[in-house]
Design a protein. Structure first.
Length: 157
């Protein structure tokens, strides 16, 4: 009896789990892996334009990052290329969800915002090293009050 010491990839492990009856709850992961495999068939530029893709009502829905990507992927040649990729993928894996696909819809993902346009206020997560014990030598009442507010904030931190 010969034992193979083949290293299994995460893809192999998830497929084995998804195909077993005992671990039925892993089946959605198998669908996500199919989407990822199909996305990897596209060229790199098209992959970077796509935020999400999924199949709904026998339609492959592709959400893109911006309107230029929409125009690029909605071009006739690109749609034909995607259809031929679907055909080749279903020939290789006839039990995949892509076998049911009849139409392709490309939509602009309005929920996607580029990283350049997001301004998130980060809460300061630093450790305050002062305990608020300092002398306030200011004669100016405005500056004196500001430093007293600062002292109160430091003591409450």
């Amino acid at each position: 009896m010969k034992v193979e010491n083949k290293i299994k990839t995460s893809h192999d492990v998830i497929n084995a789990l998804a195909n077993s009856e005992k671990y039925k709850h892993y089946r959605p992961l198998k669908v996500l892996l199919q989407y990822k495999e199909f996305l990897n068939l596209l060229n790199l530029n098209h992959q970077q334009m796509i935020t999400k893709l999924f199949i709904k009502n026998n339609t492959l829905v592709i959400l893109v990052k911006h309107h230029i990507a929409y125009m690029e992927l909605n071009h006739d040649n690109t749609k034909k290329m995607i259809k031929s990729l679907i055909k080749n993928y279903t020939l290789a894996k006839p039990m995949s969800n892509f076998a049911k696909v009849e139409n392709i819809k490309i939509l602009n993902d309005k929920n996607f915002t580029s990283k350049n346009s997001i301004f998130i206020e980060h809460k300061n997560t630093h450790l305050e090293l002062s305990n608020g014990d300092f002398r306030n030598h200011f004669k100016n009442p405005i500056l004196y009050n500001k430093f007293e507010e600062l002292r109160k904030l430091i003591k409450n931190a």
